[in-house]
Design a protein around this ligand. Structure first.
Ligand SMILES: [Zn+2]
Length: 219
């Protein structure tokens, strides 16, 4: 399996395609490629049994596809921890490096790396590392763009993409912060957010808010 196919599987999983259909357009945007290229790749992923596709709705991972994606994501996140903790990388600059490393990481190497790092629970972007924890996190987290007005939520993870991570950092939105949306302006495509943890207000476009994954506070 070429790295390109693996990247598709990972992006699909991170966008929630183990439980929902993700439109090809969104996958194209996240991978920075054209929609026809995505369609072509999806066809071959469907043939190989990793993905199911419904026209006009999008793609979804099969159980096999999700399992494969999770294994890759674990490796990716372990390398991210290593790069930040041991090699002083910033969390908005580890994506490309981890991307290269994960594809040549055997299961044995991943296990040894995990032990060496003393079994980290999360990557620098809040993504859970152990497979059971990863599943749990995916089940409870939703996109900030889907949260109701004035509902307090905690930031669980951000989509690991340099531009987005950098943007969230500038907006001072951090993993673990408690936030709520206090106003929505649909015409401007804006969410007005109060960062409760930091007592600050920040505006985020709905589009960007899709890539901040949050969990609803337990009352
Ligand atoms: Zn990460």
């Amino acid at each position: 399996m070429s790295p390109t196919k693996e990247d598709y599987l990972k992006v699909l999983f991170e966008l929630g395609a183990w439980k929902i259909q993700v439109p090809n357009k969104e996958i194209a945007e996240r991978l920075g490629i054209s929609p026809p290229t995505v369609t072509e790749m999806m066809n071959s992923l469907v043939k190989a049994g990793w993905v199911t596709y419904i026209p006009y709705k999008g793609s979804m991972l099969t159980d096999e596809g999700a399992k494969y994606a999770k294994k890759l994501i674990r490796k990716h996140r372990l390398w991210e921890v290593f790069l930040v903790k041991n090699l002083n990388f910033e969390k908005d600059e580890v994506h490309d490096e981890a991307e290269l490393l994960e594809h040549s990481t055997s299961d044995l190497l991943a296990d040894r790396l995990e032990a060496y790092l003393d079994y980290p629970s999360h990557c620098p972007h809040g993504g859970a590392i152990p497979l059971d924890l990863m599943e749990k996190q995916e089940k409870v987290s939703i996109r900030l763009s889907d949260v109701e007005l004035n509902q307090p939520v905690n930031i669980a993870r951000m989509l690991n993409e340099e531009k987005l991570v950098h943007y969230f950092q500038r907006a001072n939105l951090n993993v673990g912060d408690q936030i709520k949306i206090y106003e929505v302006d649909k015409t401007l495509d804006l969410l007005f957010i109060h960062n409760i943890s930091r007592d600050e207000n920040v505006e985020l476009s709905q589009t960007i808010a899709q890539y901040l994954f949050v969990v609803i506070e337990e009352q």
